[in-house]
Design a protein around this ligand. Structure first.
Ligand SMILES: [Zn+2]
Length: 166
């Protein structure tokens, strides 16, 4: 392949037997992952990558973030976990700042949760009332009630126009 314009590629084979094809290290035949001089570094990098992915999966399983972030109580629990971690640190201005931010988030969540609860109560009450025949706005009129200033007695109203005039 010497003399061709093709971009250089790692000449190692992958475990499945196909050519690696990755960009080789500068002036080398192999890429980082396949270079014989970097076997231990590559193995360590693979191990760390695997550890990180495993750690992410473990944490995701332990804290169940996917579900947690779908309710106010769940997010509040997340704030609690962060607050406990912060309390375990030595006192510092950044720790205090982070704790204040956590407190603000918690306060906002409590407010949202309270509003959601009230709206649910109102909706339930309205649904119950709509099954009753009477409207909550219907009132019996007492004889002693003052007349509305807008009330017009039918007898005092202007007579309807005489259709013969039109
Ligand atoms: Zn390679």
């Amino acid at each position: 392949m010497l003399g061709t314009a093709r971009a250089p590629a790692c000449s190692a084979q992958t475990r499945s037997g196909s050519p690696c094809g990755a960009t080789p290290m500068r002036d080398q035949e192999f890429c980082f992952w396949h270079h014989p001089d970097h076997q231990s570094e590559a193995a360590e990098a693979r191990r760390l990558g695997g550890l990180r992915r495993r750690r992410e999966r473990t944490l995701e399983g332990a804290y169940d973030l996917h579900e947690r972030f779908r309710s106010v109580d769940g997010i509040l629990r997340f704030v609690e976990i962060a607050a406990l971690d912060l309390l375990g640190l030595d006192a510092s201005v950044p720790r205090s700042n982070a704790m204040f931010r956590g407190a603000l988030v918690a306060a906002k969540l409590l407010e949202l949760g309270d509003l959601a609860e009230r709206i649910a109560d109102l909706e339930a009450a309205l649904a119950k009332r709509s099954t009753d025949a009477a409207s909550p706005f219907d009132v019996e009129r007492d004889a002693g009630d003052a007349r509305s200033p807008f009330h017009v007695d039918p007898n005092e109203a202007d007579p309807p126009p005489d259709p013969a005039l039109n």
